[in-house]
Design a protein around this ligand. Sequence first.
Ligand code: PGA
Ligand code: MG
Length: 224
Amino acid sequence: MAEDLRGSALIFDLDGTLVDTVEDLSASMNHVLAAAGLAPVPTGEVRHLVGHGARRMLMRGFLLSAGREAQEGELDDAMTRFLDFYGENIAVHSRPFDHVIEMTEGFLARGARAAICTNKREAMARRLIETLGVAPLFDAIVGADTAEAAKPDPAPVRLCLQEIGAARAAFIGDSDTDIRAAGAAGLPCFVADFGYGPVTLADRAAVFSSYREAAPLIEAALKG
Ligand SMILES: O=C(O)COP(=O)(O)O
Ligand SMILES: [Mg+2]
């Protein structure tokens, strides 16, 4: 069995797919809102704001809290404050989802490679996985600011494939953004139903509830 997955790759979305980050994202956003004299947004609502990058999350959080659009200057200040705070508090609560690391190690032991394709900034994504001690598993990390466009554009997915040189790959995500990006890059997409969504395009993906359930499905797609 040793190298039967050589030439294939797992490409993971990060927030809501590989790592459960919402508590730390929420604490960081609420730190920014508090500094602006605004009420916090509950974590249960923040999870629906993740997946399009920090600026979009702050824009929507500001609207929910203040009931009005943030102005450009306010958003620039909010981004600076957010990135400072989040960078320092990136893995207070954030942890990989159950069994995803074991699954990935199992695929790597059989010759596959793994990459991360996220709408987080690349530096933040690197900091997160380094802090969690899982960086050595990933041969490429592509963020929203790495390729010429962010997901749902397929460019970051293609860049991952190019960087790791895989002939076959499966994309694992948690939202329509991932389903669109993977589809446009010609990859099969697996979607975690415990992620942050939204998922309205489930007919274009294979939805799973745990990595134990997903592993054989992903393996079959890589071998098929
Ligand atoms: O919105 C973000 O910051 C990143 O989200 P993603 O890792 O799910 O692409
Ligand atoms: Mg996600």
